[in-house]
Design a protein around this ligand. Structure first.
Ligand code: NAD
Length: 554
């Protein structure tokens, strides 16, 4: 079966080093990043081509994967490969400034944009769920979300009038590819955290990678240890195997002294959320046998899960939705107070977006961790006055275990990112690094996403669902020198609920790369400032004025 042939081919691993087999670094970088997404060290379920986020895939099938790799090796430096939902569909003559790959994943016409219709088309082999960075080949493992999660929890501490989370207990669910960043983000903020997942292997993976301190043998032990950590002010993360829809209500009932509650189970996809009453071993078979029935049961469980979260809020805890659509799903499950707590973007992140700040990330194609150490130092030297950034880079260097190709993430804004890109390109040109650097970002960024339950929830002008912005972002990045550009539907929050775009480029040390980096890494975050100026955010207006962004209508 072509869909599962990955089992026999052995694990995928990207080539390392400064020699390429493709004809341009743009194509070589795309190929290595596709492979890196499927590296078992990186991907959650590589045998199914699933990278993270429920069923976020890197290619539609193993046959499609092979064809993409083959085509990228043969692609001329003035050609562009088109990828339609994980399948390579055409090669066209363009020019050197054009992207080497253009990607569209999971897009559906509005009235058809539902999970049942998506799954019908997926079963016919016509589409693929690309999540955000799975199908656009710039996932860098759990670190990719770590800084955003760290920043969010730092903002939570500030909102509680605290300097750090020391002395607090956070309760959360979901220790998957993204959710697995939560325990380390909380302990980096000096807090205690209890994290619940139905899948013991996910919790163990986080322990192995240094994101989680321990897995407790049972709930009573877990709670005792978590409360002891809170009381002694210790930074400690404790995992426990269980269903959040049972554990959250149980802890509420017991009056467990929880200060902060959130969740990152894969609630955006009801088939990726295990309902109460279905044994873990029967999850996949049951979801395949009766997707409609399974969805109803999952939503019923989410209603209980979210009702407990609201209960904690009523009891005085800080509670927020962590971008997985669990409020919307719980509402569909019949719980009418689901939106009693806010999403994390309006609560903590929007002011950063107004400055074009977001998750800038880079990857060393050499495979040499020294390249990341040197680029870390370069960023600190570029932005010495940004204390939060310097602290983050120091903590990341100490705590982050690389998964796949060595990579780094840090949040940078408009008129900052291109300085970093140009510096990396100079370092490659001067031979200071052992190979080219891939530079990209999450689709969760200031100007690249329309997602009314997450990034664009509660916009000042009510423009939450306007999806012109990510399309303009992708078109502009295509015209600004990106190596690959993608437009996806449904990432993060599920089918029907988001449209978002990504861009990736490569600093190969050439003067042409410098020209492209200067434009691309200015224009891309510039669209974030533009979008927030248009929506009426005063800080965005100031940034546009101070940093010279032209917005014709005030
Ligand atoms: P994932 O599929 O890798 O992990 C989800 C985890 O939830 C799995 O380990 C699974 O076992 C667990 N789970 C499922 N049902 C459960 C239940 N009833 N009780 C306890 N655990 C349960 O997904 P991920 O990549 O970690 O993403 C998690 C969610 O966060 C997704 O909805 C994703 O779209 C969203 N997300 C948010 C952000 C953000 O910035 N806030 C970023 C990326 C993804």
């Amino acid at each position: 079966d072509a869909m599962t042939a990955g089992h026999e081919r052995g694990p995928v691993r990207a080539a390392r080093g400064a020699e390429r087999t493709a004809k341009s670094w743009g194509a070589e970088a795309a190929k290595r990043m596709l492979m890196n997404n499927l590296d078992p060290e990186v991907a959650e379920h590589p045998e199914d081509l699933v990278v993270y986020g429920g069923t976020g895939k890197a290619a539609r099938s193993w046959e499609a994967y092979d064809a993409i790799v083959r085509t990228l090796d043969e692609l001329e430096p003035d050609e562009t490969l088109l990828v339609q939902s994980g399948k390579p569909v055409g090669v066209f003559r363009t020019h050197e400034w054009a992207p080497r790959v253009l990607i569209a994943n999971a897009n559906l016409v509005g009235d058809w944009a539902t999970w049942p219709e998506f799954r019908r088309l997926e079963a016919l082999g016509l589409t693929m769920y690309g999540q955000m960075t799975a199908g656009s080949w710039i996932y860098i493992g759990t670190q990719g979300i770590l800084q955003g999660t760290y920043e969010t929890f730092a903002a939570v501490a500030r909102s509680l009038g605290r300097e750090s989370l020391a002395g607090t207990l956070t309760l959360t669910g979901g220790a998957g590819g993204m959710g697995g960043a939560q325990p380390l983000a909380v302990t980096m903020n000096e807090g205690a955290v209890l994290i619940v997942d139905v899948d013991a292997s996910r919790l163990q993976r986080r322990v192995a990678h240094g994101y989680l301190d321990e897995v407790a043998p049972d709930l009573d032990t877990a709670v005792a240890r978590a409360v002891a950590a809170k009381e002694s002010g210790a930074a400690r993360s404790i995992g426990v195997v269980g269903n959040a829809a049972l554990v959250f209500p149980e802890l509420l009932l017991r009056g467990t002294p929880v200060d902060i509650v959130t969740d990152q189970t894969s609630a955006h996809d009801p088939l990726a959320y295990l309902p109460v009453g279905i044994p873990f071993e029967e999850w996949k078979a049951e979801a395949a046998r009766d997707p409609e029935g399974f969805t109803a049961r999952a939503r019923g469980s989410m209603a209980k899960h979210v009702a407990a979260m609201v209960g904690f809020q009523d009891a005085g805890a800080a509670v927020f939705d962590y971008g997985n659509s669990i409020r919307a799903e719980a509402q569909l499950g019949g719980f009418d107070r689901a939106f009693a707590f806010p999403g994390f973007v309006p609560a903590y992140i929007r002011p950063q977006f107004a400055e074009g700040r977001g998750p800038f990330r880079w990857v060393a194609l050499s495979g040499d961790p020294e390249d990341i150490r040197k680029t870390d130092e370069a960023i600190k030297a570029l932005f010495p006055d940004n204390a939060g950034l310097v602290r983050w880079l120091d903590k990341a260097a100490e705590k982050v275990h690389f998964e796949g190709l060595p990579a780094r993430i840090c949040w940078l804004g408009y008129q900052e990112r291109h300085l970093a890109g140009l510096k990396f390109n100079e370092m490659v040109a001067a031979g200071e690094l052992a190979g080219p650097i891939v530079i990209g970002r999450d689709h969760l960024d200031a100007g690249s996403v329309a997602s009314p339950y997450r990034e664009t929830e509660a916009m000042a002008d009510g423009s939450d669902a306007i999806a012109d912005w990510p399309l303009l972002n992708a078109l502009l990045n295509t015209a600004s020198g990106a190596s690959w550009v993608s437009i996806h539907h449904g990432g993060g929050v599920g089918i029907g609920r988001s449209i978002h775009a990504g861009q990736v480029t490569v600093a190969d040390g050439t003067p042409l790369a410098a020209e492209k980096l200067a434009r691309l890494l200015t224009n891309d975050p510039g669209t974030g400032v533009m979008r927030h100026v248009d929506a009426g955010y005063e800080r965005a207006r100031e940034v546009a004025r101070e940093r010279g962004l032209i917005v014709p209508m005030p």
